[in-house]
Every structure is written in structure tokens, then in C-alpha cells.
Design a protein around this ligand. Structure first.
Ligand code: MGD
Ligand code: MGD
Ligand code: SF4
Ligand code: MO
Length: 834
């Protein structure tokens, strides 16, 4: 039983790695009431816009309802028995015919720990290959490499309260205000309480995060290593080092200072002035307590791992680690990115912070899982995995809770790989994703509010997500789906779970094997005795968990000067600046950066269902500097084509001074299910950091040009509309339907003719009007309520679109369609009821 309190059930937010506690209560409408959990140590009752809107996103629009076989002759619904049998047989046959390494799982930080654990156990333990990688490869991999190189283990040492107790917070390559909003709110409150808290934001763009910053350092894209090598040199030159810490607890300091001191041309490389550099460096050295928060501006780079170590080097050199208010802080993106790293769903780790290159670990795990087919070597990382699918080495792939057609670089290559692959299985909550369009079998998974298990947030705190609502159709928990397939592959005993709590207990025990003295940081010994009730009522637990935490505790790691390397000493890592791989030239003179907006989550499968969230950013866009706009004759609000050798995208130009003239920025959220052609990944090459395998998402060479629009339309419909043959469209959720913004090179009348085809007239009254000069057309479908509303003109002001939305939303009265037409066509025209 979950914790009840006037019907409120405690759970954890579906979105970012802050991991806010939520209380949810079902409403009669099927939606949920949502409020922040005042007792949860991530947020103490606060929530951001996305968390608050979760209640609106539990509607069943677009849900995948049954296991389905997709063939060129059409779709066929399958029973779970038939679907899981088919998937099991196909994986078994592929392994028999082509060997274990011919199969792969591509999984996600949006799975629960229990799902993740079962997937990892099946493929590494029983299918005999480590070809399982997570979308965390796109997100956290460089941090993992950095941590392992420096600390000997993937250890995040800090707690959230450290940022509140720091004297200085450095935010590098993170738009905290939009991507970790509640952590940002906590930092803002700390600054209000203590105005002397210094905040520095290091980002090529001026973002909303800069609102609370003392300084914004608009660094050149990709140059962070040079900046932090400069900081280390400064610390050496001024002798602001913690000599005692360095000599007692670290290795490789001498090589590292040599590399740092050899760093030339820091001003030129970073684009920062000597004054800006000196100020930053002296603030860092004069503050005893510094936290450096970093995210994708650091990780998603061909030098991501080195960027991470350049930051860790500075914290180690000053001993600003493992102490109150101190430390490097890699914030996690997805709700369970940390959980995935724990259970080891990355191709190059075994499980539970145990490694392939350690024979003792291999033995412990194969004994524990009672298997003699444990994978003994790392598998393929995400980019290599999709290359292997493309080249035919991998012949069967199971994709769970991620949408690689949108989120992996070089979308065309991903498409070609999936089209060729003999077996593509996709588990998702949504029926139509770009990836599921290419699947052979789709399996319906339970979504947030239906599924049950645990997630771990950025500060290593494990919280329960609880089931609150029934699932639609035949949706099932991911762990159940995987276990059914495992059983049908012949591994019945190892996967006969009947409840997620059992899986958690098995995982907790695994973390304790060969770990009596906490040789590994990840140890959940205090959770190994949980019974069903204990699991059901589990309060947030921050690992390592020595005993069940009944109250909130905050423990930082690496406080005793002992690290997880063989000699227990931390390692400095010598690094030197390497330019990003993509080079601009005369034909592709601009750097494309990509990332997130405040109110959307990734491919919008959930945030795209909330009218409120849609209002913040209605359309895909490209942010560009005013000088760049002038140079390429692009007006603010006009459509622009961003292109390179690999592909092109069409998006709305947003002219600003918040970005350098050399850069463009595009959001990652819109894709072919929500717009015509607006994905940054179409333009991004699959080049990676050599060590981490993480793609360089933030630095591609592109060109930009204006798109000449001749006609525009606004189409509001109570259901989704397939607008394939139109130059540009983007979809936005509005109350009771979807709004499409449409642009075209065709004259108004021709665009209107095409769009009229999409009006679903059957049995309804069509009311239409046309302006005398043929420059505008309006059409409204009406039965009891306006179901579709279409307006085609040369162009729209934003206020006109707002009026249309209001007219649509308020059109409950049967007679309203005529009124709508009157309003729309007020300054003209012949009104012709059709
Ligand atoms: N609203 C919202 N929040 C989210 C998500 C979401 O989809 N929507 N997704 C979640 C996930 S999975 C993740 S991983 C996180 C990501 O969280 P963030 O990393 O904060 O988000 P991004 O927008 O990807 O990138 C952050 C910043 O890096 C900057 N940057 C680009 N290149 C460089 C560089 O070379 N150096 C430096 N210093 N900075 C650079 C970009 O300009 C950008 O402002 O957000 C999580 N939270
Ligand atoms: N250009 C560019 N590309 C990027 C990035 C960038 O900054 N720039 N960032 C990268 C990063 S950091 C990330 S994390 C990725 C994110 O990219 P993706 O992981 O591809 O994005 P999502 O839309 O979150 O995909 C999750 C899918 O899982 C489904 N889903 C949700 N919950 C469940 C569940 O419980 N079970 C199952 N089976 N399915 C579920 C959703 O419906 C959705 O289709 O994008 C990466 N790609
Ligand atoms: S900050 Fe993150 S976890 Fe918290 S409510 Fe917002 S999206 Fe959810
Ligand atoms: Mo991420």
C-alpha cells in the first residue's frame, strides 16, 4: 500500500534529475491533482511548471494500447502471450544463428531501476552479450568517464544542500533555470538569503540562468578545457593549492600541472577578456567553498571527458571536495539517469559499480545470477551500436523508453539502420513515435502514474514512483514485459518476478556482494531487508545506505580523503584543449548549438499534451544574433532554413543578442510527429568523445538562409491531422484539440484547397467564407461544437492566432460557428454556408 493522506499519494516527478517529490490525487475527470511534497528533500514542496502540469499529461491521447505486429500489409494486434513468445523466439533464433553479439538493447534513463535491472540482467547475464546501452550515453557518459578516471568510481560526491552552503557556485554548460528548475529555485533562495554568494554562469549563450548570476562568461563553444586549465595554472602561480591534500590523497599532480601550464592562448580560445578570466580565477581561489555544477555544455562534446577532468582537477588541487559547500556536481538529466548508472545499463560497465576488467566481479555476478553465460567483455556504445545495426552485424534490437530517430545524431543514418534491421522491437507508451514507425513489433508500456518502482536523482537519492492511475488498454510494466520474454527464452527461474519490490531487493543485495567494507561506493545494505510493506512505504534514501533512513540525511562522499582507485588516491588527469571536430567554412559558416526549452521535455510525448506548457514556446525555432540575421537577410519571426551536407531543417527565426554572432541554437523537442522538419539531429554528425562515446551535440557547422513564405494557415482540429505535403507545419496542444501553424510557398487559394481536404466533414455543417480578393479563407466545421477551424491568409499576427484559439476553445454553442466566421471575416465578405 502506498502512503495515503486524504487520497494524496506520494510519488516522484516524471521529468528531470532533480527528482522532486510529488503528491498526486485522482480527479473525476481522469486527470490528477498535483502538489509538491513538503517532506521530500529534493524540493520541500516546490515544483516547476512541468511538474505542476503533470496532471494534464496523464490523458490517454495517442497511447499505445496493445502489443502490435507491424508489417507492410498492415498492423495486427497480438496478445501478450503471442507477442512475448514471438520476440523471445526471434532473439533466440538470432543468437543461435549469428551469436550473442548479433543482438542489442537500447534503453533509457526513463526506465525505473527495476526495469533497468531486469533488462541488464537478461542481456548481460543470460543472452551473453553486453550490447546494452542507455540514452544516458548521450547525456552522462563523459561525466562517468571523468569520475572514474579521477575517483576510480562513478561517484557524485555532493548533496543539494551544498549549493546552498557554498560561497561560490560555478554553473558550466547548464541552463539550470530551465532544465533543473527547482534546484535553480533553491539556489536563488540561497542567494537571496546570502547576497555575498557568488554565481558565475559559463555558457556561450546568455540564458535565464544568468538572471541570478554575478557574472556571465560567454565562452566560445567547446573551449572549457582551456578555461579550466587556465584556472589550474592560476592556482599554481598564486600557490592557492591544498598541498597537504594533494600529497596525501592524490597522484599525477606534476604531469597535470605541466599540461595546464602549457595551455597557451586562453583568451583567444575562450573568447574571454583577461579581466574576465582573472576575476573568475581569483573568485574561485578566494572562496573556500565552491560548487561547480555542470551539464550538457560540458558532457556533449568531443572533449567531454577532458572537460569534466579539467573541472575535477581544480577541485582536487584546492581540496574543495568532500566538504560542506564544496565539490564538482554533474547534475543528471533524466529522472533515473543515476539509476541506470547504478545498475550498469551502459555497455562498458557490468552492474552495481562492478566492472568487466575485474575477474572477481565477474565471478560474483555470475554466481549471484546463477548463470554461466555472463558477458565478459564490454558491448557496443550507442553510436557504435547503431553503426553495427546499419552494417548488419546486429540483427535484432529492442528499444525501450527512448526515441533514437529523434535523439541520436544523424537521423538519416538511424533511419537506414532501423529500416534494414531484421527485428526492431519498441516498447513505448505512445503509439506513433518516429522510432515506432520503423518497428516490427511494438509493446505498450505503462507510463508515469501507472508504473511503480524507484528512481535515483542527481544527489544519489532513491525515491519511489507509485502507481496512482490504472493503465489504458493492455499497457504493462517494462520489467514485466522483459521478464516474460526472458522466461520464454528459457530463463524461467531467473525471471519469475511477480512484483517490482522483489526485483529491488535482489538489486539491493547485489550491491553488497564483495562490498563488506564499502570498497564500492554504491552499497544498499540497509535496504536488503525490506519486506513488501517496507518497499511500499519507502521514504527517500540517499546512497550509500548503511541502514534504513527513516529521516532525511545528507551525506557527501569522498569526505575521508579515500577514493575508489586501487591505492585509494584520487588521480589528477592531464588534459589539453582540443577544438571541436566540426569546422566552419565559407559554405557552413555558423556553429549550431542545441538544447532544451523550459516547458518541453525531449520529444514532447508528454509535455506536448498540456495546453499550458505549450504556451511558453509554441514552435521550433532557431536563435540567432541580430548581426547574423542582418548578414543573411533573415527577419525576426520569419522561417529560416538551417542546413549542411547532412540535411536541413525549417524553423522560426528568433533574433536576439543573447547568442554570439557565430552561433545558432535550436531546441531538441520538435520532430516529425510534431512538426514538418525541425530536428537538430538531422544536422548533427555522429562524432563522439573517444573515451565516453558521447556525441558532440552542441557543435555542428551549418548555413542559414531565409525561407520565403507566400501563404500561411492556422488549423485547429479536435484530433491530429497528417499534413505531409506542406512546406512547414508545427503542432501545438490547445484545450480540446491541436493547433497547426502552417506556411507554404503556394498562393493562399492553393494552400486552402490542399488544407480543405483535411476537414472531416462527414455529417457536419461546413461554414466557410472567402475574402473578395481571394487573399483569405475561413472554414469552420460544426456539429454540436466546432470541431475544426481553418484560416488561410498571407500572414498572421500572434494576437490573431490567440483569438482563433479562444474562439475554438469557447465554441461550445451549436450556433457558434457562424459567429466565428462573422468574427474572422468581419471586414468583408460573402458568407457562404457550404
Ligand atoms: N525543460 C527541460 N528540462 C530538462 C530536459 C528537457 O528536455 N526539458 N531534459 C533533461 C535532460 S535529459 C538533461 S540531460 C538536462 C540537460 O540540461 P542542460 O545541460 O542544462 O541543458 P541543455 O539545454 O542541453 O544545455 C545546457 C547549455 O549548454 C550550453 N553550451 C553549449 N555548448 C557549450 C560549451 O561548449 N561550453 C559551455 N560551457 N556551455 C555550452 C548551451 O548553450 C546550453 O545553454 O535537462 C534535463 N531537464
Ligand atoms: N541535438 C541534440 N540531441 C540530443 C540532446 C541534445 O542536447 N541535443 N540531448 C540528448 C539527451 S541528454 C537525452 S537524455 C536524449 C533524450 O532523448 P529520448 O530518450 O529519445 O527522448 P524522450 O522523448 O524522452 O523519449 C522517451 C520515450 O520513451 C517513452 N516512455 C516514457 N516513459 C516510458 C516508460 O516508462 N516505458 C517505456 N517503455 N517508454 C516510456 C516516451 O513516450 C518517449 O517516446 O536526447 C539526446 N539528444
Ligand atoms: S525540477 Fe525537475 S523533478 Fe522537479 S518538478 Fe521540475 S521537472 Fe520535476
Ligand atoms: Mo539527458
Amino acid at each position: 500500500m502506498a502512503e495515503h493522506n486524504e487520497g494524496w499519494i506520494k510519488t516522484t516527478c516524471a521529468y528531470c534529475g532533480v527528482g522532486c517529490g510529488i503528491e498526486a490525487r485522482p480527479k473525476h475527470s481522469g486527470e490528477l491533482e498535483i502538489r509538491g511534497d513538503k517532506e521530500h528533500p529534493s524540493n520541500y514542496g516546490k515544483l516547476c511548471t512541468k511538474g505542476i502540469a503533470l496532471g494534464e499529461t496523464v490523458i490517454h491521447d495517442g497511447r499505445l494500447l496493445s502489443p502490435t505486429l507491424k508489417t507492410s500489409h498492415g498492423n495486427k494486434k497480438l496478445s501478450w502471450e503471442a507477442a512475448t513468445t514471438m520476440v523471445a523466439e526471434k532473439f533466440t533464433q538470432t543468437i543461435q544463428e549469428y551469436g550473442s553479439d548479433s543482438v542489442a538493447f537500447y534503453v533509457s534513463g526513463q526506465l525505473l531501476t527495476e526495469d533497468y535491472y531486469v533488462a541488464n540482467k537478461l542481456i548481460k547475464g543470460f543472452m551473453g552479450t553486453a550490447n546494452i546501452d542507455s540514452n544516458s550515453r548521450l547525456c552522462m557518459a563523459s561525466s562517468v568517464v571523468g569520475h572514474k578516471r579521477a575517483f576510480g568510481s562513478d561517484t557524485v560526491p555532493v548533496c543539494y544542500e551544498d549549493i546552498e552552503q557554498a560561497e561560490m557556485v560555478v554553473i558550466v554548460g547548464s541552463n539550470l533555470a530551465w532544465c533543473h528548475p527547482v534546484l535553480f529555485q533553491r539556489l536563488r533562495a540561497a542567494k537571496q538569503e546570502n547576497p555575498s554568494l557568488k554565481i558565475v554562469v559559463i555558457d556561450p549563450r546568455k540564458t535565464d540562468t544568468c538572471e541570478i548570476a554575478n557574472t556571465h562568461l560567454p565562452i566560445e563553444s567547446g573551449s572549457d578545457v582551456a578555461l579550466f586549465n587556465g584556472l589550474l595554472s592560476h592556482l599554481i602561480e598564486l600557490d592557492e593549492l591544498d598541498h597537504e591534500f594533494i600529497s596525501s590523497h592524490t597522484d599525477h599532480f606534476d604531469e597535470t600541472i605541466k599540461a595546464a601550464l602549457a595551455q597557451q592562448d586562453i583568451e583567444e580560445i575562450t573568447g574571454l577578456t583577461s579581466q574576465q578570466l582573472i576575476q573568475f580565477y581569483s573568485d574561485f581561489s578566494s572562496s573556500d567553498k565552491v560548487v561547480t555544477i555542470y551539464s550538457q555544455g560540458v558532457n556533449q562534446s568531443s572533449s567531454g571527458s577532458d572537460k569534466v577532468n579539467s573541472i575535477l582537477n581544480c577541485h582536487l588541487a584546492t581540496g574543495k571536495i568532500g566538504k560542506v559547500g564544496c565539490g564538482p556536481f554533474s547534475v543528471t538529466g533524466q529522472p533515473n539517469a543515476m539509476g541506470g548508472r547504478e545498475i550498469g545499463a551502459l555497455a562498458n560497465t557490468l552492474t552495481a559499480h562492478m566492472e568487466f576488467d575485474n575477474p572477481e566481479h565477474l565471478q560474483l555476478v555470475s554466481d549471484y545470477w546463477q548463470t554461466d553465460t555472463l558477458a565478459t567483455k564490454p558491448g557496443l556504445k550507442a553510436i557504435d551500436m547503431f553503426d553495427a545495426i546499419d552494417s548488419g552485424k546486429i540483427k535484432a534490437v529492442w528499444i525501450m523508453a527512448t526515441n533514437p530517430m529523434v535523439s541520436l545524431p544523424n537521423s538519416d543514418k538511424i533511419r537506414s539502420a532501423l529500416e534494414k534491421c531484421p527485428l526492431v522491437v519498441v516498447s513505448d507508451c505512445i503509439a506513433d513515435t518516429e522510432t515506432s514507425r520503423l518497428a516490427d513489433v511494438v509493446l505498450p508500456a505503462q507510463g508515469w502514474s501507472e508504473k511503480s518502482g524507484t528512481v535515483t536523482n542527481s544527489e544519489r537519492r532513491i525515491s519511489r514512483q507509485r502507481r496512482i492511475l490504472p493503465s489504458p488498454g493492455e499497457a504493462k510494466p517494462d520489467w514485466w514485459i522483459i521478464s516474460q520474454v526472458a522466461q520464454k527464452m528459457g530463463f524461467r527461474q531467473a525471471f519469475d518476478y511477480i512484483h517490482e519490490g522483489e526485483i529491488f531487493a535482489e538489486y539491493a543485495k547485489l550491491t553488497t556482494l564483495g562490498n563488506d567494507n564499502f570498497e564500492r561506493d554504491l552499497n544498499l545494505i540497509g535496504l536488503t531487508q525490506l519486506d513488501d510493506k517496507g518497499y511500499s512505504q519507502l521514504k527517500p534514501q540517499q546512497w550509500p545506505v548503511t541502514e534504513l533512513q527513516d529521516k532525511v540525511i545528507n551525506q557527501r562522499l569522498l569526505s575521508n580523503g579515500l577514493f575508489y582507485t586501487p591505492n585509494k588516491r584520487a588521480r589528477f588527469v592531464p588534459v589539453s584543449y582540443q577544438a571541436a571536430l566540426a569546422k566552419t567554412d565559407d559554405t557552413h559558416p555558423l556553429i549550431l548549438n542545441s538544447g532544451r526549452v523550459r516547458d518541453h521535455w525531449h520529444t514532447m510525448s508528454r509535455t506536448g499534451l498540456s495546453p499550458k506548457l505549450a504556451e511558453h514556446t509554441c514552435e521550433p525555432f532557431v536563435q540567432l544574433h541580430a548581426d547574423t540575421a542582418t548578414k543573411y537577410h533573415i527577419l525576426d519571426g520569419q522561417l529560416a532554413k538551417v542546413s549542411n551536407q547532412q540535411g536541413e531543417a525549417l524553423v522560426r527565426a528568433k533574433v536576439t543578442s543573447d547568442i554570439a554572432p557565430s552561433q545558432l541554437f535550436m531546441p531538441i523537442h520538435w520532430n516529425e510527429t510534431t512538426s514538418k522538419n525541425s530536428k537538430p539531429c538531422t544536422l548533427i554528425a555522429n562524432t563522439t568523445d573517444k573515451l565516453s562515446g558521447q556525441p558532440e551535440f552542441k557543435h555542428s557547422a551549418v548555413a542559414i538562409s531565409a525561407f520565403t513564405t507566400v501563404s500561411c494557415a492556422v488549423f485547429i482540429s479536435n484530433g491530429t491531422v497528417a499534413l505531409d505535403n506542406i512546406d512547414y507545419w508545427a503542432r501545438q496542444k490547445v484545450a480540446g484539440g491541436y493547433l497547426y501553424r502552417i506556411e507554404s510557398t503556394l498562393p493562399v487559394s492553393e494552400l486552402a484547397t490542399i488544407l480543405k481536404e483535411h476537414l472531416k466533414v462527414d455529417g457536419q455543417r461546413l461554414i466557410s467564407a472567402e475574402s473578395h480578393n481571394g487573399k483569405a479563407q475561413w472554414l469552420v466545421l460544426d456539429n454540436k461544437k466546432t470541431t475544426q477551424l481553418l484560416s488561410v491568409q498571407k500572414g498572421f499576427e500572434e494576437e490573431e492566432i490567440t483569438t482563433l484559439i479562444e474562439l475554438y476553445v469557447q465554441s461550445d454553442e451549436p450556433a457558434n460557428a457562424s459567429n466565428i466566421i462573422q468574427t474572422l471575416a468581419s471586414d468583408s465578405h460573402s458568407l457562404t454556408p457550404a
